[in-house]
Structure formats: C-alpha cells, structure tokens
Design a protein around this ligand. Structure first.
Ligand code: DP6
Length: 335
C-alpha cells in the first residue's frame, strides 16, 4: 500500500485566471503557506488489473468511507491518464488502483481540499509506477491535475508558484522553510449560504472583469514588494499587502461575468471585527479564497487571544488553527 499525506495551503498572493486551461497555466505568480491542520491522506492499493479504478472518501469526523460520486471518481481516472502520459507509461503497463482518501478538515469549506487531495494523488500515482519524481516535476504533475493550487502543496513551508513560460517551468518552489516565520492561519468557518461555483469555472471567466488586466499589469511589482516584506518578516507591511490582495482578488470576482460573490453577512462581520482589533492594537489580517470562510493571519504570540475573540463573533461556526508545515510526503517519511 502507498500512503501519502499532503497539506492544503492558503494563498497570500492569489492565483486567479488561466492563460492555458488544458495545461493549467496561470496568468500570474502566486504565493502560499502550507497548513498544518488541514491535510489529506490517501492510501492507494495497487491492482494488476488496470480496469480496477476505485475511490472511497472518508469525510471529516466520519469513521467509515463512502464510495466517491461518479464526478469525483471521473476526475481521478482522468488524472491517472494525465500521469501515465507524463511518465510515458505504455498502455500494456498501466495498473489498477483502489484509493481511500481522508481529510483532517471539513470538505467544501472553502479550504483548498482539492489542492491537498491532488498533490497527494500526484505522489501516490507516481509511486504506483515507481517513479521517484523530483520536487519540481511533482509540482508540475500536481498542477496538471487541473487544481493548479495543488502545485503549491508539494514543496515545504512558504511556497512560490512561478507562472513560467510554459508547461516545463510552471511549478512551485519553497522560498522559506516552515520555521522561517511563526505565522498562524486561523481558519474561521462561518455560515455559508452561497451555492458553490467551482474555481475552474471562475478562472475561465476572470478575464471578463474590466479590472483584470490592471491586476496583471501591477502584479509583478506588488508580488516583489510582498515577497520583500515576507523576507524581512515585517508583519504589518506583509499583512497589509495580503489583505489588499484579497480585496483586489474579490473585486475581480465580483466584476467578472457571471459575477462571483462569496462574502456573506458573517464574512463582512468578521472582517470589520478584525479591523477594529487592529485599531485597538491587536495585529491580524484577513484573507479569503473563493468561499465565505476566512483565514485570519497573525503571529504565534497573538493566536490564543484572537481565537477567543473571533470565536465569540456571531455566525462563527468554528476555527482551525494552523501553523506552517512541510509539503507532500509519503506518510511514513513524515517527521
Ligand atoms: C481562489 O483551481 O487551484 O484558491 O478549485 O481547489 O481546484 P480548486 O482551485 P484552483 O484555484 C485556486 C484559487 C484560489 C486562489 C489560490 O489558491 O491561489
């Protein structure tokens, strides 16, 4: 059996918009942190019969697995096809697989569960064919799953995905190890009334926003400034840029066609609360992906106080405190 564990990640600089959908090539660089308490573990049992292709999912806090839906299974079967092409495995040598996947966090909660799942699957499928891919190739392969942010779950700690010139050089690398900076991400789960639109559909429509080109034109200089603030461990400067980036990213989503509005009343309430806490001297900044739930970024020393304050806000259903962590690993290799 092959067992792989991989973290979800939170993007400080967001990936939004693709320049090549088939190859999942992004329009811009992105930057994220791996999340210690939000991860997927996959167990893959090889089968000599290539027609055996099963997937079971053990959902968060459930004891027994359920069979995957046909859509979920189809994406995995399709990804297997991508992997055999990538590894140039001839059809005679294709293998079958029985996969069980389990999440340490609620699925479809606006935390990147497809990033943790597909990065884990990239390594599990590579191992199925005894391919020991280096990190860059593994990150590329994870990207080709179609869940581009999966490329950022592969390397350790704080991770930069360079958009690259093409398939070969669009991969993610670590720019700092998990212990570089004691940042925390408090995932704040709020009531989520919206019907989900997949990120894939969202990426396709990003360029219809009248502000999209302006975002791309200014991204390089903003990315450089954010990276510098990060490397200087300048929390106020860094946090401010992370929050500005989030607002810009949501403005793009709100103005693309069809528009995507993910903020709920509760989202806004938490954001305003964090702003008030900052005015009162408690430093924390907010970012959100394509969902209503929030990620409160803070320093380790403030985490307890923030958890207490945020948990008391009306509409908050729960919190998950994360620290930076390593990337995709065969389970037994994890420290
Ligand atoms: C908003 O296409 O990687 O999270 O739907 O999880 O496959 P999945 O997402 P993906 O897009 C991620 C978009 C984002 C921003 C980011 O993580 O950079």
């Amino acid at each position: 059996m092959i067992r792989v564990q991989s973290p979800a990640n939170i993007a400080f600089l967001k990936y939004w918009g693709q320049r090549d959908a088939a190859l999942t090539l992004p329009c811009n660089d992105s930057f994220s942190m791996n999340l210690s308490q939000c991860y997927t573990t996959v167990a893959l049992v090889p089968d000599d019969d290539p027609s055996v292709q099963t997937l079971e999912i053990t959902e968060y806090q459930k004891n027994s697995p359920r069979p995957a839906t046909e859509d979920e299974r189809a994406r995995v079967v399709q990804f297997h096809q991508t992997v055999v092409q990538f590894l140039q495995i001839s059809e005679d040598n294709h293998r079958g697989f029985r996969i069980t996947s389990a999440n340490s966090f609620p699925q479809k909660a606006g935390i990147a569960s497809s990033a943790s799942f597909f990065s884990a699957m990239a390594m599990a499928f590579a191992r199925l064919y005894h391919a020991d891919l280096d990190e860059q190739r593994l990150s590329r392969l994870a990207r080709l799953s179609g869940s581009g942010s999966a490329s950022r779950s592969v390397p350790d700690g704080f991770v930069w995905w360079q958009h690259g010139t093409g398939d070969e050089d669009s991969f993610a690398t670590s720019i700092a190890s998990p212990d570089f900076w004691d940042l925390r991400d408090i995932v704040v789960l709020v009531h989520d009334g919206e019907k989900k639109v997949s990120s894939t559909q969202g990426h396709h429509a990003a360029q219809t926003s009248p502000f999209f080109q302006q975002r791309i034109d200014t991204l390089l200089s903003r990315a450089a400034a954010m990276k510098q603030a990060f490397l200087d461990r300048d929390f106020e400067q860094f946090g401010m840029m992370v929050e500005q980036e989030m607002v810009q990213f949501h403005s793009i989503m709100m103005t693309q066609q069809p528009p995507l509005w993910y903020w709920t009343e509760e989202t806004l309430r938490v954001i305003k609360h964090i702003h008030q806490l900052r005015e009162d001297g408690l430093m924390a900044y907010v970012t959100l992906d394509a969902g209503a739930h929030l990620h409160v970024i803070c320093q380790a020393a403030d985490v307890e106080q923030l958890v207490q304050k945020v948990s008391a806000i009306a509409g908050v259903r729960g919190v998950i405190v994360n620290q930076p962590t390593i990337g995709t690993r065969v389970r037994d290799d994890r420290a």
